[in-house]
Design a protein around this ligand. Structure first.
Ligand SMILES: Cc1cc2nc3c(=O)[nH]c(=O)nc-3n(C[C@H](O)[C@H](O)[C@H](O)COP(=O)(O)O)c2cc1C
Ligand code: SF4
Ligand code: FES
Length: 549
């Protein structure tokens, strides 16, 4: 491959696209031409670098200098001052909030310094539309290793020993799932990638596909070989057009180079992948609803067992994993199970990608070892609360997850620790709220979401979530009664116990955790007709004011 004196990597993830990165990219390309540098400086568009609120961004390698909040007008300085004269442009660098000093290198900025990138190893560093960039960073070497040197049983053993657990929410051990699907007798078998990603505020999977689509395709081919499947499907929502475009591109390129298709690496193994576009219903992320949707049926869950590993797509054994789960796998195969198991905690191995959102300074995409204290995510990586507001709660796992109050700010973020306090790691949505958030309204927001997204197949979810929502709305309007809190709890536990699928079973979590940790705020709404965050418009911020119904 051609070697370049410098590379300018312009982030073209969806976040930066919406903040105008195309204009920045075009302007830099123009300036490079003007200065006659086209043969020595390469300019590429990459996937998300992570710090989306600082976009549009450009990283200049080999120095690793990050420029942020760029406009097309900044292209001249980057090219003339940095690339021609060798003087990095200080005014476009990140400024340390404490000292105001410019920090030139990406690796020295706190947001990036504390991260450990396995899943996002290539995101922001390669051109996702160019397979050669992926190949240069060991792309498809794991597939080659597996096809030429490993038996399916050895792949399964490696995954089991690595401790990798599904990143789609439930945390089921990935190696075991592969083993069950491998052992299923019926053929044909299928490999499915769940890229539905319906949680409000979550964009981990979209970013992986936009930034490094081949890592997912490579893992799916490894899965096909391991379980004995020749066909894979990526199920992705129509709201992700950029990800769909890059995935389509990647599949075409992988076919051209024979990393997909017949007799891959001369091994005799055939595997191909197709894209199935979903209409964006949250319930279609649930695996049985997803499979029904691929089959062209209404996207409704069905009871399990039988699990998809035994009876999945078109009634055949099917392996379903999440995008992030797959993106870990080539790295595990190449570096070994022990390497992966070094990251994380005893039972939660590896890293987790989070979409940091809400009232914090640095929002975006971060990847940290499992077990990282919540404090580090909020204050060290997230830069703390905006406008020095007071931390109120962190919501992990979106509408299926729980609300973590300030007393647990140091909790290690891993499957076991969060489960102990009623929250979940979930798929990676992490919303930070401050004192201006009304916790009852917050619970109402999530319940409204799940209520809208309920497929209606089973009464506990269809009717129960509606009743919960009605009570929450009543409380936010100052019409709540104290006995409503017991009614809420009873409804929540009933729905958890009796709903058919995970949507209903987890929908009560935001209500239950806010009731557990913020009951006083519910009571203020009911007894004092007070909303301390001043969000509920029919109530007042001060106590003791009565309103008429
Ligand atoms: C309502 C609902 C929505 C879900 N949405 C997703 C999703 O968008 N992406 C995903 O990977 N898993 C989602 N899941 C979990 C999947 O059903 C399934 O467990 C997962 O895809 C398995 O992959 P993993 O083992 O790699 O996590 C959802 C589950 C439920 C109940
Ligand atoms: S729990 Fe809700 S989403 Fe799931 S099957 Fe029942 S009605 Fe549908
Ligand atoms: S989209 Fe550019 S940093 Fe996230």
């Amino acid at each position: 491959m051609k070697s370049w004196r410098a590379q300018v990597l312009v982030c073209a993830g969806a976040g930066c696209v919406s903040s105008g990165c195309a204009g920045v990219y075009n302007a830099i390309v123009e300036k490079i031409k003007e200065h006659g540098l086209s043969e020595e400086v390469r300019v590429i568009e990459t996937g998300c670098l992570g710090s989306c609120n600082m976009g549009p961004l450009a990283l200049v390698n080999p120095e690793g200098i990050l420029y942020m909040k760029l406009t097309p007008a900044d292209a001249g300085d980057i090219v003339l001052q940095h690339l021609v004269q060798g003087q990095p442009v200080e005014r476009l660098m990140y400024k340390d909030p404490a000292t105001g000093k410019a920090i030139a290198k990406m690796e020295d900025i706190d947001f990036f310094k504390l991260q450990q990138k396995i899943v996002l190893r290539n995101c922001g560093l390669i051109d996702p539309k160019n397979i050669d960039d992926y190949l240069e960073r060991d792309g498809y070497k794991a597939l080659e290793k597996v096809l030429l040197n490993m038996s399916p049983e050895e792949v399964i053993e490696t995954l089991i020993n690595s401790g990798l657990r599904g990143r789609g929410g439930a945390g089921f051990p990935t190696g075991l799932k592969w083993k069950f699907t491998h052992q299923a007798a019926k053929t044909p078998k299928y490999v499915v990638c769940n890229a539905d990603e319906g949680d409000p505020g979550a964009f981990m999977d979209r970013s992986v596909i936009e930034g490094d689509p081949h890592s997912v395709l490579e893992a799916m081919a490894i899965a096909g070989y391991t379980i004995g499947a020749n066909q894979g499907y990526v199920y992705i929502r129509a709201e992700y057009p950029l990800a769909i475009e890059r995935l389509t591109w990647a599949i075409d390129q992988a076919r051209e180079r024979n990393y997909l298709g017949k007799n891959i690496f001369g091994s005799g193994f055939d595997f191909d992948i197709n894209i199935k576009i979903g209409a964006g219903a949250f319930v279609c992320g649930e695996e049985t609803a997803l499979l029904a949707s691929i089959e062209g049926k209404r996207g409704e869950p069905r009871p399990r067992p039988p699990f998809p590993a035994v009876e999945g797509l078109f009634g055949c054994p099917t392996l379903i994993n999440n995008v992030e789960t797959y993106a870990n796998i080539p790295a595990i195969i190449l570096n070994g199970a022990d390497w992966f198991a070094r990251f994380g905690t005893e039972k939660s191995k590896g890293t987790k990608v989070f979409a940091l959102a809400g009232s914090i300074e640095n929002t975006g995409l971060v990847e940290v070892p499992m077990g990282t204290p919540l404090y580090d995510l909020v204050y060290k990586i997230g830069g703390g609360l905006k406008k020095d507001k007071k931390f109120k709660a962190a919501q992990t796992g979106g509408p299926s997850g729980g609300c973590i109050p300030e007393k647990y700010i140091n909790i290690p973020v891993d499957y076991e620790s969060l489960a102990q306090i009623g929250a979940i790691v979930g798929s990676g949505g992490l919303i930070i709220t401050d004192e201006d958030t009304c916790i009852v309204d917050f619970a109402r927001f999530f319940m409204e979401f799940t209520q809208n997204e309920s497929c209606g197949k089973c009464p506990p979810c269809r009717i129960g979530t509606k009743r919960i929502l009605e009570i929450l709305i009543r409380i936010t309007q100052g019409r709540g009664k104290e006995e409503d809190l017991d009614r809420l709890r009873e409804l929540c536990y009933n729905i958890k116990d009796t709903a058919l699928c995970g949507l209903g079973q987890t929908a009560p979590n935001p209500v239950l955790t806010t009731l557990k940790y913020f009951e006083d705020e519910y009571l203020e709404h009911i007894r004092d007709k007070r909303c301390r965050a001043n969000v509920c418009k029919r109530l007042t911020k001060k106590a003791g004011v009565k309103i008429s119904n």
